[in-house]
Design a protein around this ligand. Structure first.
Ligand code: B12
Ligand code: SF4
Ligand code: SF4
Length: 383
């Protein structure tokens, strides 16, 4: 009988790791060798343009993002996994301006804990399967790793022009996580680009955030504006938000590779009553306690109540529906200046007599300078 070679052992171990990842519920798994991140220069150009906005953490640890060897010394391989979060189609949400739109990944439970726990289990399995000591590190989203660069190398998908990774069979509705290990494995082939001459995502972006193919200016992206930005949303971008209240999927919705994308098997991503067609007026009336109770374990808690209600006020201002004037007038008394400020903007857009009176009344009692400025601007919208 022929002796088993080192390569055969590596192949077997790689296959066992992949089988375990699928058992743990991941939809895709691939393995890449550790190297310099192929698009590190593009990443630094992006920073040089200031496209990260207030996400200061993106400009930290640039060396680590350039090479995962700085994250785990002696790292040899990166096991990349993907989890499908595709929810049923929601054309209705687009057509109903008094209902908010929540990005598909954020309608159920936060994926970070879910994927981290599974990757921790996968790392334990890798340590058991290898007959030598293995060091490893698990990351989902928040680590200093250019995740998409390595997921491309691991064959999970290619960079779409909207910068999300696309897989031929699954489209782009998946989240990425990875394990760095100091063990050599058998590597997958790099995914190849299949965007061709298509530019649908670039044309569909409501705020022109895709400045050129493969480059997103986060400061213009609705996902950044509604989730990451803590203060006021720049006025010139507010109408572009439409009824998006948390994240945005517009560039993915129009992508031809998503036409036949399979729905997620993972029940944790299913919408709850408050993320499925949420009534904007109902959201605007959430108290701090309601917010906590409704968004425990949800990605939406990231914005805090004031961030979500800021987004909701803008969406109401974009609704063109005068029925929402009363609730917005109520929000002029909100305890949070950020909410009052955006409610004033919305009332300036809806232009009813009632809204005009309420703005004048609020002006008399308002002390916050930013809110006062916005009230004055809103009043100036009236003839
Ligand atoms: C910062 C960040 C954001 C920012 C900035 C987005 C961005 N495009 O960079 C904001 C808040 C806007 C954001 C939004 C979203 N995000 Co985000 N985000 C990240 C994070 C933390 C870092 C991304 C990053 O490094 N950006 C820096 C820029 C330079 O990288 P990049 O845009 O990918 O650019 C690369 C390519 O363009 C590449 N490139 C390839 N070919 C070419 C060719 C040329 C010519 C050039 C110039 C460049 C180039 O080079 C660049 C450097 O790597 C990652 C997690 C992680 N640690 O990687 C998640 C991540 C990218 N986000 C994710 C998701 C799901 C989203 C949203 C869909 C959420 C939503 N529905 O609202 C949107 C999508 C918006 C979009 N069109 O990108 C997923 C993507 C999964 C996937 N299938 O690709 C990730 C991987 C999180 C995860 N762990 O699953 N995100
Ligand atoms: S919409 Fe077209 S250009 Fe954009 S990611 Fe999809 S295939 Fe690529
Ligand atoms: S997520 Fe929305 S705003 Fe951001 S690039 Fe895509 S379409 Fe534009």
């Amino acid at each position: 009988m022929a002796a088993t070679t080192g390569d055969e052992l590596m192949d077997t171990l790689t296959q066992q790791i992949k089988a375990r990842a699928v058992e743990l519920g991941f939809d895709l798994v691939g393995v890449a060798p550790i190297s310099n991140a192929p698009n590190a220069d593009a990443f630094e150009d992006w920073l040089a343009h200031g496209y990260e906005g207030e996400m200061a953490y993106m400009a930290r640890n640039v060396e680590k993002r350039r090479h995962p060897g700085h994250v785990l010394s002696g790292a040899r391989s990166l096991v990349a996994v993907a989890l499908n979060y595709k929810q049923p189609d929601d054309e209705l949400l687009v057509d109903s301006p008094i209902h908010g739109r929540v990005a598909q990944y954020a309608r159920g439970i936060d994926y970070h804990d879910l994927m981290n726990d599974r990757l921790d289990s996968l790392l334990i399995s890798i340590k058991e399967l290898a007959d030598i000591p293995v060091r490893g590190k698990v990351y989902v989203d928040t680590g200093p790793v250019l995740e998409r660069d390595f997921a491309v190398l691991a064959g999970l998908g290619w960079y779409g022009k909207h910068t999300n990774l696309i897989n031929r069979n699954m489209g782009s509705w998946f989240l990425i996580g990875e394990i760095l290990i100091d063990l050599e494995l058998t590597y997958d082939k790099k995914a190849t680009d299949h965007c061709g001459t298509c530019t649908r995502c670039i044309e569909a972006c409501p705020t022109d955030a895709i400045t050129e193919p493969y480059v997103v200016d986060a400061r213009r992206c609705i996902s950044y504006l509604t989730i990451e930005l803590k203060g006021a949303i720049p006025e010139q971008l507010r109408t572009g938000l439409g009824n998006h209240v948390f994240g945005c999927d517009d560039c993915q919705d129009v992508c031809p590779w998503n036409r036949r994308a399979p729905e997620a098997q993972e029940p944790a991503f299913k919408a709850t009553h408050i993320t499925d067609h949420p009534s904007l007026v109902k959201l605007l009336r959430l108290t701090t306690e309601d917010f906590r109770a409704n968004f425990k374990g949800s990605p939406i808690k990231r914005t805090k109540r004031r961030g979500l209600l800021r987004n909701v006020a803008i969406a109401l201002g974009n609704s063109n529906d005068t029925e929402v004037v009363q609730p917005l007038i109520g929000a002029l008394d909100d305890e949070e200046p950020l909410v009052r400020q955006h409610a004033a903007w919305a009332l300036g857009r809806l232009r009813t007599q009632e809204a005009h009176c309420a703005l004048n009344q609020a002006k008399a009692g308002e002390e916050d300078p930013d809110v006062l400025d916005q009230i004055n601007l809103a009043i100036s919208e009236y003839p």
